[in-house]
Design a protein around this ligand. Structure first.
Ligand code: HEC
Ligand code: HEC
Ligand code: HEC
Ligand code: HEC
Ligand code: HEC
Length: 207
């Protein structure tokens, strides 16, 4: 009886651990961070329909997407909603000439290299990796961004690539088939006579 109970307990513990890992517990999916200003993508990118590049200007070319400056917000908020205390961090940032310190929900560990421009130029949409951000009242992580998740796509990205001009349209379902591959995927290297894509090389993501 004791052995059976121990076995059952071990099985239960593994099932719970597996479910926890699978369903996002360890990857903090869907958990908003506490922000200095209660910014809402649903209001700005959804309701007002602002383009992602309006605030994340470096996303097409740079490794990092970039964050909006206080001036970007104040272009509107000296006229709209400027009376409330929630905008105080903007005034402070402007006065001290520092950026607003937003809490990140998406940071990768130090040992991983990521490049936004490479993905945008390869026709991977924002929502493939970030979910439908324009519907989020508070920004949350929609995908685990784990190594397995990255490699899942890197093994065969073509079905998830589209024309570059569709990256910012927010309509994942429509659009012509992917354009021909270019860049890393188009130049497989021969390793011991076997053709391997540079996209799954350890050194592509780790330096
Ligand atoms: C009006 C400016 C503005 C627009 C437009 C905007 N964002 Fe943002 N974005 C922000 C601010 C401010 C933050 C930081 C606060 C937060 O996380 O909610 C942020 C945070 C994010 C984050 C999380 C960053 C992190 O470090 O975890 C993602 C992902 C993101 N935005 C994607 C998008 C996408 C995709 C679009 C277009 C659909 C978009 N944003 C449009 C201002 C904007
Ligand atoms: C292939 C997946 C992928 C795509 C496509 C993607 N992102 Fe990201 N994004 C990430 C990852 C991973 C991070 C965390 C990067 C890090 O920690 O270095 C991130 C971080 C961010 C951040 C936080 C600031 C930064 O650059 O670290 C913002 C803002 C953001 N993404 C916006 C966008 C927007 C807007 C788009 C569409 C134009 C987009 N992302 C497309 C995976 C992606
Ligand atoms: C294009 C003009 C514009 C820009 C740029 C802009 N906002 Fe707004 N924002 C608005 C408008 C309009 C509203 C009111 C929306 C409503 O009441 O439906 C608003 C509402 C808000 C609110 C009120 C709370 C809420 O969610 O309803 C906050 C907080 C806010 N903005 C923060 C910011 C921050 C931070 C930035 C810079 C990253 C920014 N806004 C950039 C136009 C803008
Ligand atoms: C939905 C598919 C997809 C996902 C998810 C994805 N990638 Fe990529 N990645 C691509 C494509 C497509 C390219 C460009 C391929 C080419 O150049 O041929 C690329 C290129 C890269 C490059 C090469 C950049 C350069 O300098 O040329 C790096 C590094 C990279 N990805 C890291 C990551 C990491 C880290 C993650 C996970 C956080 C990730 N990717 C998730 C599709 C994806
Ligand atoms: C497509 C990008 C990509 C490739 C290719 C890749 N990794 Fe990773 N790796 C990641 C990401 C993203 C993480 C961080 C996941 C997280 O948030 O903990 C990671 C984490 C790790 C870690 C830390 C363990 C951990 O759990 O955090 C090790 C070790 C590692 N990778 C080794 C490798 C080796 C060895 C290879 C080649 C066989 C490789 N990686 C190829 C993206 C990649």
């Amino acid at each position: 009886m004791a052995m059976l109970a121990a076995l059952a307990a071990t099985l239960l513990a593994s099932v719970v651990a597996f479910a926890h890992a699978r369903f996002g517990g360890v990857w903090a999916l869907g958990q908003p961070a506490s922000q200095p200003i209660p910014f809402s993508h649903a209001v700005h990118a959804g309701g007002l329909g602002l383009d992602c590049r309006f605030c994340h200007a470096a996303v097409e070319t740079g490794p990092q997407a970039g964050m909006p400056t206080a001036e970007t917000c104040l272009a509107c908020h000296t006229r709209v909603w400027n009376v409330t205390a929630q905008f105080a961090p903007l005034a402070t940032a402007l006065a001290q000439d520092t950026p607003v310190t937003w809490a990140s929900t998406h940071r990768l560990p130090e040992h991983v290299r990521f490049h936004h421009g490479a993905h945008v130029q390869a026709g991977v949409t924002c929502q493939t990796c970030h979910g439908q951000v324009w519907e989020m009242p508070r920004t949350v992580k929609a995908e685990p961004l784990s190594m397995g998740w990255c490699i899942d796509c890197h093994r065969d990205p073509a079905p998830r690539q589209g024309p570059v001009e569709h990256v910012f349209t927010r309509d994942a379902s429509s659009g012509p088939p992917p354009e021909p591959r270019f860049g890393l995927a188009a130049h497989p290297v021969l390793h011991q006579g076997v053709s391997v894509s540079a996209l799954t090389n350890c050194s592509t993501c780790h330096r």
